[in-house]
Design a protein around this ligand. Structure first.
Ligand SMILES: Cc1cc2nc3c(=O)[nH]c(=O)nc-3n(C[C@H](O)[C@H](O)[C@H](O)COP(=O)(O)O)c2cc1C
Ligand code: SF4
Length: 621
């Protein structure tokens, strides 16, 4: 066994950033991203490096497919080494999960069946193709060493090529490379053995402890496999879960899946072998670190999104950097959402991700600002203005956090409850004065130099004959939540779907209607998929292209596709037809004082839009 020898137990896991272009070369954005995150951590895994340009998962991935890439890879490695961290190269062959939308990609697999959730029809691999894949891994591994990486991580999990051989769900071959467990592990072990013979740096195997697919592989088989990996020269095992094809919420450790399952898999494997185990999966607070250390006696801890949300997460945990940890919500909204949309990795809570340097200069003159509205946009603006050296007073008529206070009230979004306490504490620590009252013109004019309006939005008004009593998101408050009722939700976007997911577990029958189609259209991809799946399974009635005409007693009369329909015995109505900017102050103040409008008050959007917008304005003032 070769020891990893990191300066501490923390590792940044492989996360696609999407900051390159179609040439796959390293850009300044990569250097900035990893520079900031390598100051205190033990090792950084660079995003998965494509070994062949025909094997890309995203068009903007970085590659290690030819020697021309070495110059910039070395530059990146030197930068991370200068910060004291080791550098891990993650090598993955996606097999049938190469991106079908990228021209020139090819798809080889243990099977000729595509991934059922989209994907190209793969070519069934013969022996010759297997040899080519082995050569590709060896070539790339040698280049990894030449570039100066300290460690190689080989991907055996997450539904990628080697897992396509390991998985009984995918691999139905009846040759020497499929069928029994002994035959399914044969090709992955050949790859390992070839790489082991080719390089003398430590090798980490990344595995899924369980595919979370009934007919896939499970922990007992993975314990057996881990022992074999150990016997065949692997130096550490990194235990994740799921498959990018069938169970992506587990792969990405999304807030909708329970925290700690991956830790359990890692612990089971740790008990059976001697080489170090890397724990991963939503380890995103000091409390998590302390408890997994206490319970599992961990060797190594991978922290991914926690280091995206706060690049100093490890530094702060180790008391080397002062300050509160900006919490990761496990929402995948900005990070996965940014990569999937082609914008590149972003973060809901951290507007600097992707543009890591504090690009703002100190203002020429410190001004006295009033920020009106203590929602996410207002709080972020207030904090950033203060950081830049301005004087700031924050006005809030209710409680800080605004509408985001409703987000953690839905059953799957409990992880969001850490964000507002963070902002509130940060405002206190930064001595920002908060005045709890509705700011009037007289409170602002002649008292401040400029005003930032962040008064948010209100539910869009809706006129329906007979609609007298209805709820909006406040139905989520404990005292309002119904049980055993028939509830009609008018509006099927993010708020409507979120409310439905809170009502269904309380045995309410939910009908959800939308004027157009695509329920949950504005939702983060995984949250949308899992919410709609659960709603369908629990018998929710969906009616698209439907609008309500009138309500008489408990009967709701509506029109769908030009035909009259009705919903009977409705106990409660929820309106979630969208939001409208709320900004009465701007007109009143405009000719008297300089005003800036941000967040929902300017244009309605989601939490990420609010925080980013508040930040963007504040760095410009
Ligand atoms: C945007 C994004 C991209 C990722 N890409 C990969 C990948 O290409 N390969 C991989 O093995 N894991 C990938 N992961 C999974 C991470 O390595 C890690 O296992 C996961 O984020 C859970 O750890 P965390 O909760 O500390 O973030 C990705 C995660 C995110 C959020
Ligand atoms: S976007 Fe959400 S999940 Fe991703 S790093 Fe930021 S807070 Fe965490």
């Amino acid at each position: 066994m070769i020891a990893l020898n990191l300066r501490n137990e923390f590792i940044f896991p492989p996360i696609k950033l999407g900051y390159s272009d179609t040439t796959g070369t390293i850009k300044q954005q990569h250097l900035d991203f990893y520079d900031l995150r390598s100051k205190h951590i033990g090792a950084i895994t660079i995003e998965p490096l494509y070994m062949d340009s025909g094997l890309r998962e995203i068009p903007t991935q970085i590659g290690i497919d030819n020697d021309n890439k070495l110059y910039r890879l070395k530059k990146l490695i030197n930068l991370i080494h200068a910060n004291g961290a080791q550098v891990i190269a993650h090598l993955n062959h996606p097999g049938r999960l190469a991106n079908p939308k990228i021209p020139g990609n090819y798809f080889w697999s243990s099977t000729d069946k595509p991934c059922e959730n989209g994907g190209a029809v793969p070519e069934y691999m013969n022996r010759d193709m297997m040899d080519k894949v082995i050569d590709l891994f060896v070539d790339s591994a040698q280049r990894v060493v030449e570039a100066g990486f300290d460690i190689i991580e080989l991907q055996f999990g997450h539904g990628y090529l080697l897992a396509q051989f390991l998985s009984p769900d995918v691999n139905k071959r009846n040759d020497d490379y499929g069928g029994s467990y002994k035959d399914r592990i044969r090709f992955p072990l050949k790859v390992l053995s070839a790489v082991r013979n080719a390089v003398d740096i430590p090798i980490i195997a990344r595995i899924s402890g369980d595919e979370i697919i009934p007919t896939g592989f499970h922990i007992d088989e993975m314990i057996k496999f881990s022992k074999i990996l150990e016997e065949n020269g692997v130096d550490a095992i990194h235990v994740s879960a799921g498959s990018a094809c069938s169970t992506p919420p587990w792969f990405f450790q999304h807030m909708f899946v329970p925290k700690g399952k991956t830790w359990y898999y890692a612990c089971r494997i740790k008990k059976s072998i001697d080489i170090p185990i890397i724990f991963v999966g939503r380890i995103n607070s000091s409390k998590d670190i302390k408890s997994i250390k206490r319970i599992y006696n961990v060797d190594y801890i991978a922290v991914g999104r926690a280091m995206i949300a706060d690049p100093n997460f490890v530094g702060k945990y180790l008391n080397k950097v002062k300050g509160l940890i900006r919490p990761c919500l496990a929402c995948a909204e900005g990070c996965l959402g940014g990569v999937k949309s082609g914008q590149g990795l972003q973060c809901l809570v951290n507007p600097k991700v992707g543009k890591e340097i504090d690009i703002f200069e100190k203002p020429k003159k410190s001004k006295n600002f009033a920020v009106v509205g203590g929602g996410l946009a207002g709080m972020e603006a207030a904090l950033t203005l203060k950081k830049r050296g301005h004087k700031v007073t924050l006005f809030e008529k209710d409680e800080l956090g605004g509408q985001f206070n409703f987000a953690p009230l839905t059953p799957n979004k409990k992880s969001m409850k850490t964000l507002i306490p963070y902002f509130v504490k940060k405002i206190k620590v930064n001595n920002i004065k908060v005045i709890y009252k509705e700011a009037k013109k007289s409170d602002l004019i002649n008292k401040y130099d400029e005003v930032v309006i962040a008064t948010g939005s209100k539910p869009a008004e809706i006129k329906i004959d007979g609609l007298d009593k209805f709820y909006w998101a406040e139905i989520l408050l404990k005292e309002n939540l119904p049980k055993n009722k028939k509830v009609l939700i008018i509006g099927g976007g993010l708020i409507g779907v979120d409310i439905a997911t809170a009502l269904i577990p309380l045995n309410n029958q939910v009908i959800i209607i939308k004027r157009t189609t695509d329920f949950g259209e504005d939702m983060e991809m995984i949250a949308k998929l899992l919410s709609l799946k659960m709603m369908k399974e629990k018998g929710t009635i969906f009616r698209n292209y439907t609008h309500v005409k009138k309500i008489v007693g408990k009967t709701v009369y509506a029109e769908k596709d030009g035909k009259d329909i009705q919903f009977n015995n409705i106990d409660m109505i929820v309106i979630s037809t969208g939001m409208k900017s709320f900004n009465p102050l701007e007109k009143e103040l405009k000719n008297n004082i300089l005003v800036h409008v941000i967040g929902d008050a300017k244009k309605t959007g989601n939490a990420q839009d609010a925080i980013h917008n508040g930040y963007k304005l504040a760095i410009s003032l």
